[in-house]
Every structure is written in C-alpha cells, then in structure tokens.
Design a protein around this ligand. Structure first.
Ligand SMILES: [Mn+2]
Length: 320
C-alpha cells in the first residue's frame, strides 16, 4: 500500500489521523548530525494582531502537513528523499516578554545554523522575523529578502516607545543592517493604510514594493521576473505572511485584507523562487482559532512543503 508517510522507518504506514503529528511525520529531534533542514515552531503571538491566536500556528500546521504526499509533482522532486529534514520542535517563548522571546529565537536559530542546517520557521506572528533575521545575518551577512505580505511591516512603532511588534520587524531589520533594502522585495501589498507614507517611506529606503495591483495586473510571471531581478544570486531570506493570500483562501489570520492572492497564485510565486540562493524561510500569521475547515493551515503546510522542495532542488543543482 502506498502511504503518505515520507519516512516509513519512523512509523510505518500510518494514516494521517494516526500518531504524533511531527511535521510531515519526520523525526522529532534536536540531534542535527548530517541534517540539512530543521523545521522549527515558534508559537509566539505578540498580541499586536487584530485577532490573536498565532501561538497555535505551528501545532496546527504540523497536523495539516500529515495529509501531504511526499512527491512534489509540479517541481518534480521528493524533498524528504533528497534532504535529511527533522522537526526540531518549538523554540521556548515567553508570552509576557517579547525581548526575552526574541533573544531565545536568535540564540536557538544560531545554534542550528552553526551546524550548517537550514531553518524553516513556522510562526507565530510576524514579530518573529526580526530575531530570525538577526541569526541569519550573523551567518550570511547582509541579506536579500523576498517578503510576501499584505502589509509592509515597516512601521516605526505601533505603540509609543515599543519598537518591537508584528508591524515593525522590517524597519528594525533595515536599521540594524540585517537587510540590504536595495535587495528587498515585498509582494502582495494592499488594503487601506494609515497614510501614504506607509508605502513611500520604505520605497525611499530602496525597498521594491509589488502591490497586489502590480502583481495581478502585470501577471505572476512578470512578478517572478521582478523578484529574480531584485535578488540576483545573493543569499536570500524568504518570509511569507499568510495574509498575503486572500482571506477567502486563508481566513485564519490576525489581520486579514481583502482582494489578495489565491492559493494557486501563492504556490506559483513560491515555485518561481526556484534558482535563488535561499538561506532561510519563515511562514507566519496562521491563526487557527479564526480558521475554517483547516483551509489556512492546509495551505500553510503545503507552502512549507514547497519551501522544502526548493531547498531540495538547490541541493540537486549545486550540492548545498
Ligand atoms: Mn506581516
């Protein structure tokens, strides 16, 4: 019998509804000898989303991942055969202290990266990107970034004297020189904003903003071309806020914005990252309490599977 279990040695022939739901039923371990990629949960909800609940994201995405069969037909690769991937479990978060939480995230991520293991982080809200970028920039230097989102996340602050929240990580990352703004592209930006400067300020810093109008009127292939033109062959970090996707396709999120990408369009865009020199991923803002029929977590699990497929293709092509 064919099963969707990519690692029969770990628990042969389990149906999706059986057993302990590690991501893709991969080994749940912190033993990283010979490992290529660690899937890491970061169940942190900074409380700044309109609708909170992203702390439940990693667990639900893991559960939804059990329905994924192992072979990526569109990219013609089986990531769990090509790469040694583990489920690292969750990084310890401290709900009452965002600074202490960010320190934990950076420290644990550095520990993983130091062993030449790549990280696929499952949030959590978008505040987790900043400590993840700190760890990646420490290893790879100033990063290029592909950022799928409906919001630029480059506000200076959401609350007076509070530099850290889910709306500010990318301004902080630019200020801290973790990101080169000239190699930073945002895709899917839309919705009512507080002022036009929400868009013009990051643009003046060099950030390339592909609004939803540009993406959908110009077409997905030309957006993919724009991404490759902006990033080139630089080490690139990919951050995907699930609210880049229309709430009709991804209702389970904290700050939904209407008029976004379909599930298929986000899959096309992510597959279009093939050929980039990708050093890390995060997938954030899945909020299961606001999901329906697991629509959002199933999409998120599939997008994580696409990320792993991209890393597997990189290994095939350049051996890293
Ligand atoms: Mn965001």
């Amino acid at each position: 019998m064919q099963t969707n279990n990519p690692n029969p040695a770990f628990g042969a022939d389990l149906e999706p509804f059986h057993g302990i739901p590690s991501f893709l039923r991969l080994p749940a371990t912190r033993e990283l000898d010979g490992v290529d990629v660690a899937v890491v949960g970061i169940p942190f909800d900074s409380g700044t989303s309109y609708r909170s609940g992203t702390r439940f994201g990693p667990r639900k995405i893991r559960e939804s991942s059990l329905m994924i069969w192992g072979f990526n037909r569109a990219l013609n690769i089986a990531p769990t055969k090509e790469l040694k991937i583990v489920d690292y479990g969750d990084i310890g978060v401290i709900p009452v202290d965002i600074r202490a939480t960010m320190k934990n995230i950076t420290k644990d991520t550095k520990t993983i990266l130091d062993q030449d293991v790549k990280v696929l982080a499952l949030g959590g809200d978008h505040s987790i990107s900043l400590p993840l970028l700190r760890a990646h920039a420490a290893k790879y230097g100033e990063l290029a970034v592909v950022h799928f989102d409906s919001h630029p996340d480059t506000w200076d602050e959401e609350y007076e004297d509070q530099p850290y929240s889910h709306g500010t990580p990318y301004l902080r990352a630019i200020e801290e020189k973790l990101i080169d703004p000239n190699a930073y592209i945002q895709v899917g930006i839309r919705g009512p904003i507080s002022e036009s400067t929400d868009i013009t300020e990051p643009e003046e810093m060099g950030v390339k903003i592909q609004t939803i109008e540009k993406v959908l009127d110009g077409g997905i292939p030309s957006t993919i071309e724009e991404i490759h033109k902006t990033i080139g062959d630089r080490p690139v970090y990919v951050s995907l806020d699930i609210d880049a996707v229309d709430p009709a396709f991804a209702p389970g999120t904290g700050t939904p914005e209407v008029g976004g990408l379909s599930s298929y369009q986000i899959l096309q865009l992510v597959r279009g990252l093939q050929g980039l020199n990708i050093v890390g991923f995060d997938l954030v803002e899945v909020s299961p309490p606001y999901d329906h029929s697991e629509i959002t977590s199933i999409l998120a699990a599939n997008l994580a599977f696409e990320f792993l497929s991209l890393l597997a293709l990189m290994k095939q092509v350049i051996g890293v």
